[in-house]
Design a protein around this ligand. Sequence first.
Ligand SMILES: [Zn+2]
Length: 208
Amino acid sequence: MPLKDKLPNQLFNLAFVTIEEVLGKNGLNAVLNYAKLSQYINNYPPNTLDLEHPSSDFTRFTAGLIQVLGEKGARSVMLLSGIRSFEIMLRDMPGLFALDGVQIENGTTDKLFDEYVRIQHTMNDAATYIFGDGLHKTSRTGDSWALEISPCYWCMGLKTEAPICHGEIGFELGLARWIFGKDIKIEETHCIAKGDPMCRFVSYRPKD
Ligand SMILES: [Zn+2]
């Protein structure tokens, strides 16, 4: 099943606010102009859950970032935007991914990794609700946790040389920083944009 036709305003708000933080207002406006999304210039969707804008605008924005900045240039921008999106979401709109009231308790690395996986599942369920059904598969080994999605709301319609869903990695890194207080290793091993049947993200339990 493709993406839902419309996405919550909060997702657009997060994307534009965080990309503006990284690229500056002129940089963001250049991408919006290039992607033929100039209706959003100085006119970000509000911080609400209403479904007012088409999901195709969201994927066109990602494509525009890559076309303007190149695959390599877009990488760090999307990563930073993903991290900041998680931080702002947690602070201002925790209901978007069902994290309202969630508290992190101190514990061993094993316990924190269990907590990380548990919250990933919570957010994954929320993402399915927001974006629409698709293949969502998760698997756990002792030291890693993998998420597979298809279709992928980050790279829909894109064709790239290398995995491109850095926004997802950044968002998961934001979660990792919240739980562990530091970065952990997260990689995208498969990506639909480069020809794989699904996008697959693997998080590794940090060393003690
Ligand atoms: Zn993807």
